[in-house]
Design a protein around this ligand. Structure first.
Ligand SMILES: *Cc1c(COP(=O)(O)O)cnc(C)c1O
Length: 349
């Protein structure tokens, strides 16, 4: 049995780190793939590994072209700036990553005005809200150019009919559509649909290799050749032109080959954690669709529970609503250890 304690690495006691699926370390096989990568200077277009990965991902998502990005934030930013110019507007969820957690980059760097709309509990934006937010062509208004959605959203898979309807509405009104698909592979595995199906209605999609897929670095923006050409210029502008990036592309390529189907394991562990937590006194759990578990702890005991978990080597985030994320570097024993630590705290009154 693993000895869990509040430290990590260095061969010491293990930590069950449920703060995010970004905390994974490359596997030995992934490191071997990195070491074997053929590389070149990608600013000259010479890196064969990243070129192959871009083709692979474009084909996987059913789009013409793809471009490697340093992060999901950079990918979304390049996408937004490729769609919108100065004084244009994009419609986005009030709680969307793109709007809320990316430093306001689209406004700061692109002079693009966000038009945030309330996210419904499942992550959707009401169609009537979208329709009402699209501005007429009138000098009073910013030009509404783009609808941006997110899938998964807080671990929820957006309903397929909703995605089709929202994108149809946007396109009918002359808007382009962008999907922040940082966890699109989780959505695909959970819904039994391909990422191409999930990407189909969007003009651009951003995916991340460094979330559930378990690569150390990297994201990719996909779309038409023309859009990707514009995004390429923006990527250069924001310092995202990398040189021997095949080292990172090799890790991402390895993740695509070996780490997609296993996302189902992460989802099963999230359910195991959710079921275990739901059985404890004073906890309300939202049943997870993918790898993110939200739990409400009564009487403001959330922060104290987090402290207790930490003292037992279990890391999570949140305040009133706690968030636990499963990933490649967590196993059933780790989840059971986390549950044992939570039980210890919640049943002692
Ligand atoms: C993580 C994440 C991103 C991008 O994050 P980076 O840390 O910049 O790679 C974008 N959108 C969502 C929904 C995310 O979860």
């Amino acid at each position: 049995m693993t000895d869990y304690a509040p430290s990590s690495g260095g061969g010491g006691p293990a930590t069950v780190d449920l703060r995010s699926d970004t905390v994974t370390k490359p596997t030995a096989a992934m490191l071997a793939a990195i070491a074997a990568a053929k590389v070149g200077d990608d600013v000259f277009g010479d890196d064969p590994t990243v070129n192959a990965l871009q083709e692979r991902v474009a084909a996987l998502l059913g789009k013409e072209a793809a471009l490697f990005m340093s992060s999901g934030t950079q990918s979304n930013l390049c996408g937004l700036l490729a769609h919108c110019g100065r004084g244009d507007e994009y419609i986005v969820g009030q709680l969307a990553h793109t709007y809320r957690y990316e430093g306001g980059g689209a406004a700061v760097l692109g002079s693009i005005q966000p038009q945030p709309l309330p996210n419904q509990p499942d992550g959707t934006l009401k169609l009537e809200d979208i329709a009402a937010a699209i501005k007429p062509d009138d000098p009073h208004f910013a030009r509404t150019r783009l609808l941006a959605l997110e899938n998964t959203w807080n671990g929820n898979v957006l309903p397929a009919t909703y995605v089709a309807d929202a994108c149809e509405l946007a396109h009918a009104r002359g808007l382009a559509t962008h999907l922040d698909g940082a966890r699109l592979f989780n959505a695909a595995v959970a819904s039994g649909r391909t990422v191409a199906e999930l990407a189909r209605h969007f003009d651009s999609v951003s995916i991340c290799f460094s979330k559930g897929l378990g690569a150390p670095v990297g994201s990719m923006l996909v779309g038409s050749k023309a859009l990707i050409a514009r995004a390429h210029r923006v990527r250069k502008m924001v310092g995202g032109g990398l040189r021997q990036v095949g080292l990172l592309a090799a890790a991402a390529d390895h993740a695509l080959t070996h780490h997609i189907e296993r996302l189902a394991d992460d989802h099963a562990l999230a359910r195991r954690l959710a079921d275990g937590l739901a059985a404890l006194p004073g906890v309300t759990v939202t049943p997870p669709q993918t790898n993110i578990v939200f739990a409400q702890v009564s009487e403001g005991r959330g922060p104290a529970l987090l402290e207790h978990l930490k003292s037992r080597g279990v890391l999570a985030t949140g305040l009133i609503g706690l968030r636990f994320v499963t990933h490649l570097d967590v196993d059933a024993a780790g989840i059971d250890h986390a549950l044992g630590a939570a039980r210890e705290f919640l049943t002692k009154g």
